[in-house]
Design a protein. Sequence first.
Length: 325
Amino acid sequence: MLQSTLPPNSKSMKKNLKDYLMALLWKWAGGCKGTDCRRGFQLLSGLAASVILSACSVAPGMRMTTPPTLPLTSGDAQTPPVDLQVPIVDINTALIRKMRDEVGQPTAVESNKLFAYTSGYTLGVGDVLQITVWDHPELAVAQGMQQTQTNIQRSTDPAAGFVIEKDGTVRFPYAGKIVVRGLQVGEAQDRIAAALKRVFENPQVTVRVASYRAKEVYVDGQVRSPGAISITDIPMTLYEAITRAGGLADSADQSRMILVRDGVSYQIDLAKMLARGENPSKILMQNGDLLRVVSRDESGVYVLRPGLFEDRRGMFVSRTSGTNF
């Protein structure tokens, strides 16, 4: 629990000031008569109210003299009740800056992980390959045969091609089942050509990816088209992922993006990265990444009662006078 810092005797100071002014007011009014006295009484009443209200600005809020507690058990005749002590932390400008800095950016080690270089696209389950064997047009007929022995069924499947099955293999005429999962396109091409040498003399094989479906990243939150985005042979940067998700919405908070990778959350602040000379476009997305763009509304603070607020995280705070959330 957070509360503002104020003089411990502020309550008694305000009460004594109020009692003194009211006593002086009634004493003066008791011995005064006529229109001028009534006007003077009204003027003095307004002055007293102004002084009392100004005292609140000098010593705002309230302070707990004893730590607050929450009841855990009510107890009985033999067992006393058990209370939970609630920790209190004074809230001030320094604390707010510290909290924002802690949430702001990943460490240098974490940044290196986000900027990791990718060696190239490797084939995976669900990718669709187009395989061409030159001077053998009879094998082109097989391109139109849809593979049905894969556990992935999507409406975006192309009309022609060889789908990498769940065991990481493709079936090609005269070559049989060939393991291609985890290989780059050039390596898969050499492996298929080697298998065809048992039937054809020096076969000339060309392999290309007709549809990328094995690797995806997920973008949600304050973007215009949230959802899954396929990774291709061209490395996908952070900016490209946001662009392919339709771009940032008007309510997006560019200082609070969360990238979840391998169970670890990385906080991304685009403005601070640019201020430190780091290029956000060098952050490369990897298979399974989740990018969440936070809304500015989630940084809001809501008034529960004068002096007590609740932010989006459910934290109750008592605002210090002059502090801007």
